[in-house]
Design a protein around this ligand. Sequence first.
Ligand SMILES: [Mg+2]
Length: 381
Amino acid sequence: MEAANAIVPGMIRIVDVIAHPLTQTLPRPTVTSWGVYSQVSIVLVEIRTDVGLVGVGETLARFSPKAYVELIETSLKPRLVGQDARNIGALWHSMRRSLSGRAGGMLVEAIAGVDIALWDIVGKAAGQPVAKLLGGMGRDIIDVYAAAVNWVGDDEADRELERYIDEGFQRIKVKISNPVREACVRIERLRKQVGDNIELCVDANWAYNLDEAVEVGHALYANGYFWFEEPLAPENEQGYEELRQRCNVPLAAGESNFTTHQAQRLISNRTLSVVQPDVARAGGISETRRIAEYAAIHEVSYAPHIGMSGIICETASVHLASALPNFRVMECECDLSPFKRELADLPPGCLRQKDGTLDVPGKPGLGIEIDWNAVRRLRAQ
Ligand SMILES: [Mg+2]
């Protein structure tokens, strides 16, 4: 039985760490330049403490979720049980040392789930929402954009665009891919369709080589799009730098990166105008805050990536968006997937948003109650 959100003095000892592998079928497939996604997974991390408080976190684990469960329960859990949940920084570094080599991939995604759960516990113990614990801007509402118009035929894309406008969104993201000519035609056509009152951006999910990206970048700038997301593969940092020199549209990326180190180069030389860490991938609330604050020093904006995540990732991102000085706009995924709709008592952002803005939960911790029956129902087979 979870304790009421009372203020807890003293040590909060971690007594158990349980990783739940969950799989959902999306209500409609997400279609990007990478492929068609109809089923994806996450891992829900549950941390129990000796004072009765339970924290929940989310690990980005789109495929093979049971491999993440193994990593969390055999490599991370022994470093957590018996420790004080409030020492999040020390625990983060201890978890990072559980695997040798450069930090990245599954390890950092696994740490992210634990880190978010620890912030949830510490918020509940303090009787404060995570946004307040982060000691930042204290915004009660944040701007969001609709994600996304898929890379589908014109008629279907038009229907998706109209739906987002009808729902009140002021900003909309459009998925683009190859061929380049078709992408450029869509960029111009959608701009004409919405006029100047709706803000538009695109996401290429690494569809292009440098020359193709330059061509698309010119079309985006000519049509007033507010960013060009992931035009190139994330490893191609030199390509991003050259693209920055050759076109004027602001560049956005970062959802594929782990930890501040991987975001460092393109932030410090201001190749990126916007950095988009995913809290469930980049290393949790602690590391996402570090990335965003590093970006703030370089006058690069922070725009949380959500994607095919669950309500825990979305809500943790809302708290970060509330707190960080350089927050610009947050992704609002509009497909009502079971991970967003069924896992907790808080409705998904796309149902709560009004005119493209979203409220920040005010209850202690993340401010959500998990429906453990839904966890059982969605358990990966
Ligand atoms: Mg993206």
